[in-house]
Design a protein around this ligand. Structure first.
Ligand code: FES
Length: 149
Protein backbone atom coordinates (compact mmCIF):
# COMPACT_ATOMS: atom_id res chain seq x y z
CA UNK A 1 0.00 0.00 0.00
CA UNK A 2 1.20 3.52 -0.71
CA UNK A 3 1.28 6.11 2.10
CA UNK A 4 -1.62 7.87 0.36
CA UNK A 5 -3.72 4.69 0.41
CA UNK A 6 -2.95 4.08 4.07
CA UNK A 7 -3.78 7.64 5.04
CA UNK A 8 -6.99 7.86 3.04
CA UNK A 9 -8.53 4.74 4.58
CA UNK A 10 -8.83 6.69 7.84
CA UNK A 11 -11.62 9.23 8.34
CA UNK A 12 -10.29 12.77 8.04
CA UNK A 13 -10.44 13.75 11.74
CA UNK A 14 -7.62 14.72 14.09
CA UNK A 15 -8.66 11.89 16.43
CA UNK A 16 -7.15 9.53 13.88
CA UNK A 17 -3.70 11.07 13.91
CA UNK A 18 -2.06 8.37 16.03
CA UNK A 19 -3.79 5.54 14.19
CA UNK A 20 -2.61 6.90 10.85
CA UNK A 21 0.95 7.35 12.09
CA UNK A 22 1.07 3.82 13.53
CA UNK A 23 -0.33 2.38 10.31
CA UNK A 24 2.22 4.23 8.22
CA UNK A 25 5.07 3.13 10.46
CA UNK A 26 3.94 -0.51 10.53
CA UNK A 27 3.65 -0.58 6.75
CA UNK A 28 7.10 0.85 6.10
CA UNK A 29 9.64 -1.98 5.58
CA UNK A 30 12.04 -0.20 7.94
CA UNK A 31 9.32 0.59 10.49
CA UNK A 32 9.68 4.33 10.65
CA UNK A 33 7.97 7.51 9.57
CA UNK A 34 9.47 9.49 6.73
CA UNK A 35 9.16 13.27 6.67
CA UNK A 36 7.33 12.93 3.39
CA UNK A 37 4.72 10.65 4.96
CA UNK A 38 4.31 12.92 8.00
CA UNK A 39 3.83 15.92 5.71
CA UNK A 40 1.11 14.04 3.85
CA UNK A 41 -0.65 13.31 7.15
CA UNK A 42 -0.49 16.98 8.10
CA UNK A 43 -1.99 17.94 4.76
CA UNK A 44 -4.71 15.27 4.99
CA UNK A 45 -5.78 16.31 8.50
CA UNK A 46 -5.29 20.01 7.81
CA UNK A 47 -2.78 20.27 10.66
CA UNK A 48 0.56 22.06 10.75
CA UNK A 49 3.62 19.95 10.03
CA UNK A 50 5.08 20.97 13.39
CA UNK A 51 2.01 19.59 15.21
CA UNK A 52 2.45 16.21 13.55
CA UNK A 53 6.21 16.21 14.16
CA UNK A 54 5.58 17.14 17.82
CA UNK A 55 3.29 14.14 18.29
CA UNK A 56 5.84 11.83 16.66
CA UNK A 57 8.57 13.22 18.94
CA UNK A 58 6.41 12.73 22.02
CA UNK A 59 5.49 9.07 21.50
CA UNK A 60 8.42 6.73 21.95
CA UNK A 61 6.64 4.04 19.93
CA UNK A 62 6.96 6.26 16.85
CA UNK A 63 10.29 6.72 15.10
CA UNK A 64 11.73 8.93 12.40
CA UNK A 65 14.79 6.67 12.06
CA UNK A 66 14.93 3.48 9.98
CA UNK A 67 14.72 0.41 12.21
CA UNK A 68 15.06 -3.34 11.98
CA UNK A 69 12.39 -5.89 11.19
CA UNK A 70 12.20 -6.76 14.90
CA UNK A 71 12.20 -3.95 17.42
CA UNK A 72 13.28 -5.03 20.88
CA UNK A 73 11.97 -2.66 23.54
CA UNK A 74 13.55 -3.42 26.89
CA UNK A 75 11.94 -1.85 29.96
CA UNK A 76 14.32 0.13 32.15
CA UNK A 77 11.74 1.55 34.57
CA UNK A 78 12.29 1.11 38.32
CA UNK A 79 10.89 -2.40 38.92
CA UNK A 80 12.71 -3.85 35.92
CA UNK A 81 15.81 -1.89 36.88
CA UNK A 82 15.79 -3.50 40.34
CA UNK A 83 15.38 -6.90 38.66
CA UNK A 84 18.61 -6.36 36.69
CA UNK A 85 17.26 -4.93 33.43
CA UNK A 86 20.59 -3.19 32.89
CA UNK A 87 22.30 -6.59 32.84
CA UNK A 88 19.72 -7.80 30.31
CA UNK A 89 20.39 -4.74 28.17
CA UNK A 90 24.13 -5.36 28.27
CA UNK A 91 23.49 -8.98 27.30
CA UNK A 92 21.28 -7.97 24.37
CA UNK A 93 23.85 -5.43 23.20
CA UNK A 94 26.67 -7.93 23.43
CA UNK A 95 24.71 -10.71 21.71
CA UNK A 96 23.58 -8.54 18.81
CA UNK A 97 26.74 -6.42 18.59
CA UNK A 98 24.87 -3.10 18.74
CA UNK A 99 24.03 -0.50 21.37
CA UNK A 100 20.56 0.66 22.40
CA UNK A 101 19.16 2.86 19.63
CA UNK A 102 21.04 0.98 16.92
CA UNK A 103 20.06 -1.58 14.26
CA UNK A 104 22.00 -4.69 13.28
CA UNK A 105 23.71 -4.51 9.89
CA UNK A 106 21.38 -7.20 8.52
CA UNK A 107 18.47 -4.91 9.50
CA UNK A 108 16.91 -7.67 11.58
CA UNK A 109 17.02 -6.19 15.10
CA UNK A 110 16.82 -2.75 16.67
CA UNK A 111 17.29 -2.34 20.41
CA UNK A 112 15.37 0.38 22.19
CA UNK A 113 14.85 1.11 25.86
CA UNK A 114 11.32 1.72 27.07
CA UNK A 115 9.37 2.95 30.04
CA UNK A 116 7.17 0.55 32.05
CA UNK A 117 5.49 -2.04 29.84
CA UNK A 118 2.86 -2.82 32.50
CA UNK A 119 4.46 -6.17 33.29
CA UNK A 120 6.11 -5.23 36.60
CA UNK A 121 4.91 -8.36 38.41
CA UNK A 122 6.98 -10.44 36.01
CA UNK A 123 9.96 -8.13 35.56
CA UNK A 124 12.33 -7.78 33.86
CA UNK A 125 10.38 -7.44 30.64
CA UNK A 126 10.78 -6.59 26.99
CA UNK A 127 8.71 -6.54 23.83
CA UNK A 128 9.69 -7.68 20.37
CA UNK A 129 7.34 -5.84 18.05
CA UNK A 130 3.94 -6.54 19.65
CA UNK A 131 4.89 -9.62 21.69
CA UNK A 132 5.76 -9.33 25.40
CA UNK A 133 8.44 -11.42 27.14
CA UNK A 134 8.76 -11.50 30.92
CA UNK A 135 11.01 -12.96 33.63
CA UNK A 136 14.02 -12.37 31.42
CA UNK A 137 17.32 -14.07 32.07
CA UNK A 138 20.36 -14.24 29.80
CA UNK A 139 19.44 -17.83 28.89
CA UNK A 140 15.83 -16.88 28.14
CA UNK A 141 16.93 -13.97 25.93
CA UNK A 142 19.14 -16.35 23.98
CA UNK A 143 16.19 -18.71 23.40
CA UNK A 144 13.87 -15.84 22.44
CA UNK A 145 16.30 -14.31 19.94
CA UNK A 146 16.83 -17.71 18.32
CA UNK A 147 13.13 -17.72 17.38
CA UNK A 148 13.62 -14.58 15.33
CA UNK A 149 16.81 -15.45 13.49
S1 FES B 1 8.87 -1.48 35.39
FE1 FES B 1 9.29 -2.80 33.73
S2 FES B 1 7.35 -3.57 33.17
FE2 FES B 1 6.93 -2.15 34.75
Amino acid sequence: MTPEEIISKHPRTNDNLLNILHDLQNNHPEQYLTHEAMDKVAQYLNMTKSSVYGVVDYYSMLSTQPRGKYIIRLCISPVCHIKKASGMLAHLEQTLGIRAGETTSDKLFTIEVAECLGQCQEAPSMMINEKVYNNLTEERIKEILAQYK
